[in-house]
Structure formats: structure tokens, C-alpha cells
Design a protein around this ligand. Structure first.
Ligand SMILES: [Mn+2]
Length: 338
């Protein structure tokens, strides 16, 4: 029998008693953080204390901005005193998703990933939902709680992030939750957090990219050398696609004894995944979708093939790997033009 949100909410609340000290564990991303805040709000004045603990390090600049600008209190798992908690909650994940989670018996699991047959006493797992935040927005509404600006803003960010602004898996409940939350949120904060893509130390790579880029037939090629984080290659590849004449961007950098190559294109009659595979799968791992792909090649594989420390030689090698088409493709093109 399918329960209404109200019934589900009352079951959820029944899991807790007034003396409980609750631990909410998350693998922190916007959806997990917002969902944890919502659980904390639902339990306000119903339990002794609620602690939100992240098992991962929060490293992405937009996630750092979210935590800082919304004043969210998180305690990293390594700073926790485990024995101190009477109830354990997991949101936006299931116990099987991470080795660290398997040591706990969770009382509550609320998630939107495919059901992994978890054993929690109370569980609400809805794989059709775009975000866990949507499930919790329904709980908040059913509980007749008016969300604070901080909570509404966090929940909106979660829905926007997980659905990629409603371009990915989205159901009408996600849209309705967004619509409801919007009037309680702060759009300036949303925008500032979403815009915080860069760390100050990333700026120097943009300068280098602009200085050394090579543009050929609507394609831009950039070789950044060593990078502190492979995300920088992604940011720069996305950046060049904003130029109207650029149809492809191919950006490589070195990180942890590997060369990372990021492919982006406008998605119109192109296949980045195929290009990445054809060019680089023999030396490492490569693949992706039509408009975005990635290759990772160990330096040990690269060394015998190209003098990778020489930026120009490396760029030429990459161009040759990207632009050499298999012969069959050429024949096909000829037929069409005739
Ligand atoms: Mn999620």
C-alpha cells in the first residue's frame, strides 16, 4: 500500500524520541547538504541534538561557497565521536554506496538513487526523483513548516544541481518543489553560489590557456601542463565553447602521473566520446557522450610516444590523434559530396 506524504512523515518522526542525539551522515554535495538541513529542521525541538557529518572533503568551489554563504555547520567524520549518537540517518545515499557507511546500522535512509535493498527501519527511496531535496521539500510542506531562507535556498540549489537545471532526470514533483521553494529563497545567494566555479589559484591557468591556445578549423587546443586539479581542464574546455566560432575544445593537463584530456563540443552532429576513444583508448581509458568526453593516459604510456614535456610536440601529437579519421569515414564523406 502506498502511503501519503503525511503518513510517511509521521512514520519518519516516530523513529525518534526526545532524548535522541542524531547523526546525519552525508557524502557532501548540494543535494546531500540540503537534505540533511531539512532533516535537521524536521527534528528541531523533537530531539536533543542533530549533527551533520560529511565523509568527504568539500573541495569544489561552488560547494565551499554554499557551505560558507549559507552558514552551514558540518563536522567531518574524522572529527566525530562515534559512540555519542543514539540514532543515525543517511540522506542522498544508501549504505552500500560507500565503504564507510557499511559500519553503521541506519535508522533512517532517504534517497533518490536506485534501490540497493537497504535494511534501515525507516526508508524512503524514490529513484524517479531528480533530487532527494524534492522528497524532503514534500516532508517540510507536510509538516507545515515555513522554510527559512537558508533552508529554501539550499533545497533549490540541490534540485538545480542534481537535475542540471531540469535538463536531466526530472519529474513534475521536482518542478513543483522548485516553484514552492523559490518564493522562500534568496536568488542573489543562489546566483553567487552557482557562479563560484573558480578558486583564486585557478585564474593563472586561464591566462596560460589564452596565451598558448591553438585554434584550427573551429577547434581550440590547449595544453596546460601540470594542474592542481583536473577540474581546471574541464572549466577551461567549457570556457572556450562560449566563443561562438569555437565548435570543439580539447584541453589537456597533467595530474598524478596521468595526462587528462577533456573534450567538449556544441553537440551538433559531433561525437566527443567516439573521438576520444578512437584517439586515445589504446593508451589508457577514454570515452564519454556526444558533447563531452575524457581520456586519461598514464605518463608511462605517453613517454614512448611523445616528448610530453615539450608543450608544442605534445599539442601536435594530440592534434594528430584527434584529427586523423579512419579511412572509411573519408570514403563516406566523398560519396555525400558527389
Ligand atoms: Mn542527489
Amino acid at each position: 500500500m502506498k502511503l501519503t506524504v503525511k503518513e510517511k512523515l509521521s512514520q519518519f518522526l516516530k523513529q525518534f524520541v526526545h532524548d535522541d542525539r542524531v547523526l546525519i551522515l552525508i557524502n557532501a554535495d548540494p543535494d546531500a547538504i540540503a537534505s540533511a538541513l531539512a532533516v535537521k529542521r524536521l527534528l528541531w525541538r523533537k530531539v536533543q541534538a542533530v549533527t551533520i557529518s560529511n565523509i568527504n572533503t568539500i573541495d569544489r568551489p561552488d560547494n565551499i561557497a554554499m557551505v560558507e554563504l549559507l552558514g552551514i555547520k558540518l563536522i567531518h567524520k574524522d572529527e566525530l565521536d562515534d559512540t555519542h549518537f543514539t540514532k543515525k540517518v543517511l540522506v542522498d545515499s544508501q549504505p552500500g554506496h560507500n565503504e564507510f557507511f557499511t559500519q553503521f546500522d541506519f535508522d533512517v535512509v532517504i534517497d533518490h538513487h536506485p534501490d540497493t535493498n537497504c535494511q534501515a527501519v525507516f526508508q524512503d527511496i524514490r529513484p524517479r526523483y531528480g533530487a532527494t531535496a524534492t522528497i524532503l521539500t514534500a516532508y517540510i510542506r507536510a509538516a507545515k513548516i515555513k522554510p527559512s531562507t537558508k533552508l529554501a535556498t539550499a533545497l533549490i540549489l540541490a534540485i538545480k544541481t542534481d537535475t542540471s537545471n531540469f535538463e536531466l532526470q526530472t519529474i513534475i514533483e521536482d518542478v513543483r518543489a522548485f516553484q514552492y521553494l523559490f518564493r522562500h529563497s534568496n536568488r542573489h545567494l543562489i546566483r553567487k553560489i552557482e557562479q563560484s566555479e573558480l578558486k583564486p589559484e585557478y585564474l593563472k591557468y586561464y591566462k596560460k590557456a589564452l596565451d598558448i591556445k591553438r585554434v584550427r578549423k573551429g577547434r581550440v587546443y590547449v595544453s596546460l601542463g601540470p594542474v592542481v586539479n583536473p577540474d581546471i581542464c574541464v572549466l577551461i574546455a567549457d570556457f572556450f565553447l562560449r566563443v561562438n566560432a569555437i565548435k570543439w575544445s580539447i584541453v589537456c593537463g597533467f595530474h598524478q602521473r596521468k595526462m587528462i584530456v577533456i573534450f567538449r563540443n556544441d553537440g551538433i552532429k559531433k561525437n566527443a566520446g567516439k573521438v576520444a576513444k578512437q584517439g586515445f583508448n589504446n593508451f589508457g581509458s577514454a570515452g564519454g557522450r556526444k558533447s563531452m568526453a575524457r581520456a586519461e593516459i598514464p605518463l608511462s604510456e605517453l613517454k614512448p610516444r611523445v616528448d610530453y614535456k615539450d608543450d608544442k610536440k605534445l599539442m601536435r601529437w594530440i592534434i594528430s590523434r584527434v584529427e586523423t579519421k579512419p579511412k572509411t569515414a573519408k570514403v563516406k564523406q566523398k560519396t555525400i559530396s558527389n
